[in-house]
Ligand binder design. Structure first.
Ligand SMILES: *Cc1c(COP(=O)(O)O)cnc(C)c1O
Length: 437
């Protein structure tokens, strides 16, 4: 079972929690207790990604799913897996961007979509997923839910304010995915979605639900690749093994911490941020001081008050010293990011995106700081394809990265969107015309 970070008596099954998104009390859902999976982990050496993910899912959700159910959810979610690159010295890179939208969010979104489809089988009413995007994250959700049974997805994006490639990713899927092009900015889109969820009657009649990044169904599957990465790349059993996670909302890092709480022998974790460094600052000083975000080159991490910090506090019993013992924080500037992207290209003839660069720089600093005490290995999570950030890549290296096949394909498809005003009224009339039978 799972509980709210704000009330341990607010207990929910996974199948309920994923449709609620945020807990009713405003908290986030977290595991009620930590199962010990260390024996299971050992038995999974050599397993494929999906075999490992099925076994872990079946164990974590054993009160709700049979082994076959878990396998079916996992196999419908993942037709892609992490790729690995070992660099010189002690750093390796786990590439998490080989899914349909070319970013690591595909892992979480695909598992959520597949789980929702599974649990909706016994419900008569379809669900309508309503979500707003500033460009990048919406495409992982759109791709993940495309052609899922019993689910419609409505994505709001600000007209003229997303990149041409992002717009194509959102508007060319069709079928059960509708893109609403809002005459306004991202804040308008977010406000409209929020206001729609506030209307209890609308929420109920339409079966409205969210799929945003705090959803438990997106968090749990992110722990799978930590387990897989460790099993695949661990060298000697007495070498310490750390993960370095480029972080914004800290969902990705939290999932790694969960894999460890379930018994993965790794640590400490390295949290690498851009100049939006409230968590590294907290680890340093013990004071948590959220503030408005500033724009950086690694813009998917421009977060001034990370939502998953509440989950981290809960895991570490609100104890600063405990969290500090298990997580090392680093903050990386834009100029360091560009320099590293260029250096990496010159040295390895390989492009990396700015978020990954923040991760690699954090890993280097960690190894430098610990060079006398530990000769450990660090695996950096690479969160997006460089092709999604061509402008920054070009600024850093003077060259354009090649476009992966997934992105190339959608460029040739026809954009289909419905233009609406930036008001709740226009959103409501679209929703009732389309889904209220
Ligand atoms: C979302 C995102 C991140 C940050 O992940 P969090 O879970 O929010 O910390 C990092 N890199 C990329 C490319 C992202 O899209």
């Amino acid at each position: 079972m799972f509980i709210s970070t704000r009330d341990k008596n607010n207990r929910k099954a996974f199948s309920q929690a994923i449709f609620e998104g945020l807990a009713g009390d405003g908290g986030l859902f977290v595991p009620e207790e930590w199962k010990d999976l260390s024996t299971l982990y050992q038995s999974l050496t050599g397993a494929s990604f999906n075999e490992m993910a099925s076994a872990v899912t079946a164990e974590i959700l054993s009160d709700e799913l049979s082994r076959e159910d878990a396998e079916s959810i996992v196999n419908r979610a993942f037709s892609f897996e992490p790729h690995f690159n070992r660099l010189d010295n002690n750093i390796s890179v786990m590439e998490l961007f080989h899914g349909p939208s070319c970013a690591f969010k595909d892992f979480g979104a695909s598992f959520l979509a597949s789980s929702m489809e599974f649990f909706l089988q016994d419900r008569s009413k379809p669900a309508v997923i309503l979500t707003a995007t500033s460009g990048d994250t919406g495409s992982a959700v759109a791709q993940a839910f495309h052609q899922k049974e019993n689910i419609h997805v409505v994505i709001l994006y600000p007209s003229g304010r997303v990149s041409p490639l992002q717009e194509k990713q959102l508007t060319t899927l069709g079928d059960n995915i509708t893109a609403l092009e809002v005459k306004g900015n991202f804040d308008d889109c977010q406000r409209m979605v929020k206001d729609a969820f506030m209307e209890a009657s609308l929420k109920k009649t339409l079966g409205l639900t969210s799929a945003n990044s705090i959803n438990l169904g997106r968090l749990i599957p992110q722990s799978f690749y930590y387990i897989y990465g460790f099993l695949k790349e661990k060298r000697a059993s007495d070498t310490p093994f750390s993960f370095c996670v480029p972080s914004g909302n800290f969902g990705n890092l939290t999932a790694g911490i969960y894999a460890w709480k379930w018994g993965l022998p790794v640590g400490p974790f390295i949290a690498s941020t851009n100049q939006n460094d409230v968590v590294p600052q907290y680890l340093f000083t013990g004071e948590y001081q959220p503030r408005p975000s500033v724009a950086t080159y690694s813009n998917a991490m421009d977060v001034g008050d990370p939502s998953n910090f509440e989950r981290l506090l809960h895991t570490f019993h609100h104890d600063w010293k405990e969290m500090k013992y298990h997580i090392s924080g680093y903050s990386v500037t834009d100029s360091e990011t560009l320099r590293l992207m260029n250096e990496f290209y010159q040295r390895h003839n390989h492009f990396i995106d700015p978020h990954t660069a923040v991760g690699i720089q954090g890993a280097k600093r960690f190894l430098h700081d610990n060079s006398t005490t530990s000769k450990g290995d660090v695996m950096v999570l690479s969160t997006a394809s460089p092709a999604k950030f061509t402008e920054v890549v070009e600024k850093a290296t003077g060259k354009q990265p090649p476009l992966p096949q997934q992105l190339e394909k959608c460029l040739h498809r026809k954009k289909e969107s419905i233009v609406i005003d930036n008001t709740l009224k226009s959103l409501k009339s679209f929703l009732s015309d389309s889904f209220d039978s």
